[in-house]
Design a protein around this ligand. Sequence first.
Ligand code: SAM
Length: 257
Amino acid sequence: MLATLYAKALDAERQRPILGDVWARDAVASIDYDWTKTTITDRTSPSVTTRSLHFDIWARQFLACHDRAVVLHLGAGLDSRVYRLDPGPGIEWYDVDYPSIMELREQIYPSRPHYHRIAASVTDPGWLDQIPADRPVLALGEGLTMYLTESDGIALLRRIVAHFPSGELQFDAFNRFGIRSQWVNSVVRRSGSTLHWGIDGPGEIVAAVPGARLLAWVSPFESESFRDVSREYRVMARVMSWVPALKTMAQYHRYTF
Ligand SMILES: C[S@@+](CC[C@H](N)C(=O)[O-])C[C@H]1O[C@@H](n2cnc3c(N)ncnc32)[C@H](O)[C@@H]1O
């Protein structure tokens, strides 16, 4: 989550930012850390910022249709989405991540009305009990699913669908090829993380999560957030799109229930 935060901070310094996350910029400035350890550079930052912009767009669409709802921002890390989207007073927003991350968040970001921090593993079945179950939910997990095991991830999605009357599930995923080749991902390698869950298509989610219906399944290269990337990035995307396993190595999923 330091890597994604740093990517957003570098982007915010650009003349023409993709995401323009000034909260990330200020957060990075306030943390004494050798950010080069993340291996993120200005050149590679769009791999993060286009994804964050994509989920900001989808989340905004949900919020535009629901003025009274719950947002579960799963594996929120140090992401400033609640400040970027600035939801209205009818939205109860919950950032969920491990206790150590939540402690750090508390030091970096101000509190705000209708905003809650949940210090827990998303795979812990207990924390959902404290969330109001009487309104629609947006459950959004960016950069999360690959860190979960398949059984934990599916159990989490099922619990959310069972808890709320209706809502949306929005998350990105790697395909199995992306999981198998995780050793080429320098950010993952340097962080010491291990990736587990690969998803090869939305049929796997629809089959495993009763009630979930597909709204969209998008390659990052087809996302409108990719519009403003450099020519170099566009050429790389075109080449990767010729190979199906590379085209869907990363995917954006959106379901309704
Ligand atoms: C790659 S970071 C993404 C952070 C943020 N969503 C973003 O896009 O900047 C992955 C995040 O998922 C969190 N995470 C991974 N497994 C988790 C779990 N079981 N429960 C809660 N958070 C988890 C990590 O702590 C980390 O903050």
